[in-house]
Design a protein around this ligand. Sequence first.
Ligand SMILES: [Zn+2]
Length: 85
Amino acid sequence: MHDYHPGLEGYDERQIWHDGCDECENRGKKLLIYTLDRTNQVRAYDRAMAWEMADYDAVGPISKAERPLLEFIIEARRFMSVALS
Ligand SMILES: [Zn+2]
């Protein structure tokens, strides 16, 4: 079960997973990508790409919980671009 996200310290609505919510932190630690619906898959990808392009105004604060997900997306994209080239 998720906690009430807007009440959490450091909450930002742009984040995929939120610090201070056990469910979110667990998903981040275990990289439970399958829990993301289509909308959040797209949001996570866009967020990772904005972060990689150093568009920090768009990204806002990155939570510890979502950081492994964003890093994974960036690395997976790099890996695929090499593997498919
Ligand atoms: Zn949560």
